[in-house]
Design a protein around this ligand. Structure first.
Ligand code: PMP
Length: 323
């Protein structure tokens, strides 16, 4: 889906809360020409019963962001300060719906010349956001003819703006070929990930995903799903290279990501995955992930930050009842 920004939304830009319509950068900005920025994507889920908005794993996202900004020598504040700005931003916008937060740090000097200097800036944008992919019936994914960027070209483990040309090319190709999403192979010919999501495969009772050394983003949803599947379903999780042809013979497949959540794949390259229906384990993981991210599972509330606190009492009551 597209999430077009209403110009009247409040965003954090240049150290202030301003209207989105007033948050502008100059045409010579370094990052605009050379892709020298690092972004993040964080979700917040609205719970109508609790009348509360739950920000999901914000600390982990901001810690990843700060570490990855270091690759480009961009400085951003610590997670605590960024979480506080994010909460204030949500409250100023008064969101009562699902939200996507887009932090963006970038080389901000306005001049020509690729070699970056120490001038950088960051902004935080929060937008109402629904489903990114419509995966209710399962997705049809296609292996891309574009290969995933190599770590020693542009590191895929960080959300570096310029690297998303790679994702944009693969997404565009996939959609024009009639697929819902692309699957990247890396230069070794192994499965890496989707254009904007990590990938998991069920094969012979094990949940398998490529290791972080296969040119993938070190996904926070990937980590959450591994924790949930192991702790709640007792599944054995294996991080190992995946061959392309394993996509055609495995039992189940799904994507994970902040925007997509847990998205089942039922066809790859016009071949049915398993029996061609959403897999039973995939459904369980999907439900667990939904429950954990919406405050329904006590053990995973550590992942959530309530934005308004009005739901706190209901939350405490419910957790006490569950004891
Ligand atoms: N891979 C890529 C290329 C991505 O852009 C994303 C989205 N951030 C992911 C994987 C999933 O990462 P996360 O679960 O941290 O959102």
């Amino acid at each position: 889906m597209r999430a077009d920004g209403d110009p009247n939304l409040t965003v954090y830009f240049g150290g202030e809360y301003v209207r989105l319509g007033d948050a502008k950068v100059g045409i010579l900005t370094h990052a605009l020409h050379y892709g020298t920025g690092v972004f993040e994507g964080i979700r917040a889920h609205w719970d109508e019963n609790a009348r509360e908005l739950y920000l999901l794993r914000a600390r982990e996202h901001y810690e990843r962001w700060k570490r990855n900004c270091g690759i480009l020598r961009i400085n951003v504040p610590g997670a605590e300060e960024l979480c506080a700005i994010t909460l204030e931003l949500m409250r100023r916008n008064g969101f009562k719906t699902n939200v996507y937060v887009r932090p963006l740090a970038y080389k901000s000097a306005e001049r020509v010349g690729v070699s970056p200097d120490d001038e950088d800036a960051f902004s935080l944008i929060a937008l109402p956001f629904g489903d990114y992919l419509h995966a209710e019936k399962g997705l049809h994914a296609g292996v891309s003819s574009w290969r995933r960027v190599e770590d020693n070209a542009i590191p895929a483990r960080a959300k570096i703006c310029g690297a998303y040309v790679n994702s944009a090319l693969a997404s565009d190709e996939a959609r024009r070929c009639g697929f819902d999403e692309a699957i990247f192979l890396n230069e070794s010919g192994h499965v890496a990930e989707g254009a904007t999501c990590n990938i998991f495969m069920m094969r012979r009772g094990k949940l398998i995903t490529p290791p972080v050394t296969e040119n993938v983003l070190e996904g926070i949803t990937r980590e959450s799903v591994m924790e949930l599947a192991h702790a709640e379903l007792g599944l054995k999780i294996v991080e190992r290279p995946i061959d392309r042809s394993e996509l055609y013979v495995c039992d189940e497949l799904f994507f994970t990501g902040t925007a997509v959540g847990v998205a089942p794949i039922v066809r790859v390259d016009h071949r049915g995955v398993g029996d061609g229906e959403i897999g039973a384990t995939t459904r369980k993981v999907q439900q667990l992930y939904f429950d954990a991210t919406h405050g329904h599972l006590k053990d995973y509330r550590k992942w959530l930050t309530p934005v308004y606190h009005v739901g706190t009492e209901a939350w405490l009551d419910r957790s006490l009842l569950a004891l």
